[in-house]
Write a protein of this length. Structure first.
Length: 325
């Protein structure tokens, strides 16, 4: 019987260290089999997941011994946090540990779009040398619109400043006096104003009821002609059919998506457009971020199992078996 079940691919020194203290069962494919997952979780005290395991109310009900779910990552759209709170299951996540990697990929995608790097690479490798096909744009003195100015939005904007970009931000949960906006020399504006004024839009939003479908036909239509669109946050934020239409009509100059409405996505028309860059949700996938994420989540899960509070809890649940009531 395992104390801790890991239902996705999470490995490394921190997992090995956890094995020295607990009985850990690593089943990297189990997220694909909800019934088998529920069965395996029956006697477990902890579950560690990435973003593919659906932690539903039903799953929590099937795990009466469960004290903590560790989310190795930041997005919580695969976890019913409210149901976990009701069940007294602590959710711990890693809110900071992969933020730099996501910001770095975002910057990479913006540069790749502005200079058409993937298309130039593809064409040059076929033996062509068509310089005239690849006249890009400079980012210097262009304006970046950060939609969702949390940690990742901030780190992305910070890096864009180094390229000489100007920053506008939209975030309904920030006050204009926020010190980080000041640090970015950023103006906090409404979403519609931002879309109409910036050259590059970069989304850094969680998937919530408020943000689902936020980037739709009307919003793409508000963007400056030829503007670039990047999403490294959650696929649900974008209505992909509307993005496709905006790209095909020439309203947008290009788009880069690391996240999709459905993952993995079915092959569609976006794949065929030369000014679209697609990556398979890898923004957080760097050696450094994964080491940090794994270390932090293993440590937090161990803490809860040892009766200590999690360092990065989500919500306010006390463990089911906590002595502190
Ligand atoms: C995150 O939410 O941390 C990243 O998108 C990576 C992941 O989902 O695991």
């Amino acid at each position: 019987m395992a104390d801790i079940l890991i239902s996705e691919s999470i490995r490394g020194a921190a997992v090995d260290a956890l094995r020295a203290r607990f009985h850990v069962s690593l089943e990297p494919e189990l997220w694909k089999l909800p019934a088998a997952l529920a069965h395996a979780l029956k006697d477990c005290r902890a579950l560690i997941v990435r973003n593919q395991t659906s932690v539903t109310e039903e799953l929590l009900a099937a795990a009466p011994e469960l004290e903590v779910v560790g989310r190795a990552g930041v997005g919580l759209d695969n976890i019913d946090v409210e149901a976990a709170e009701r069940a007294g299951v602590v959710i711990a996540s890693t809110p900071d540990q992969n933020a730099i990697s996501v910001a770095e990929l975002t910057l990479g995608l913006i540069l790749a779009l502005a200079r058409m790097i993937p298309a130039a690479d593809r064409e040059t490798k076929t033996g062509n040398w068509n310089r005239q096909n690849f006249e890009g744009i400079e980012l210097y003195d262009k304006t970046l619109g950060i939609v969702g100015a949390g940690k990742i939005g901030y780190l992305t904007a910070r890096r864009a400043l180094a390229l000489g970009m100007n920053i506008l931000a939209y975030d309904p949960y920030l006050s204009p006096d926020n010190i980080l906006l000041n640090d970015l020399r950023a103006e906090l504006v409404s979403l519609d104003e931002l879309l109409g004024r910036v050259d590059v839009v970069s989304c850094h939003l969680p998937a919530t009821r408020e943000t689902t479908g936020l980037m739709n036909r009307e919003r793409f239509a508000r963007m400056k002609p030829g503007a670039l669109f990047v999403n490294t946050s959650r696929g649900a934020v974008v209505l992909e059919a509307d993005l496709l239409a905006a790209l095909k009509s020439g309203t947008l100059g290009g788009a880069a998506l690391d996240v999709r409405a459905t993952e993995p996505p079915a092959k569609g028309e976006l794949e065929a457009l030369p000014n679209v860059i697609l990556t398979p949700h890898v923004a957080a996938f760097t050696r450094e971020a994964q080491e940090r994420v794994t270390r932090a989540i293993c440590e937090d899960v161990a803490r809860v199992l040892e009766g200590k509070p999690a360092i990065n809890p989500v919500g306010r649940a006390l463990p089911r078996n906590s002595a502190v009531k």
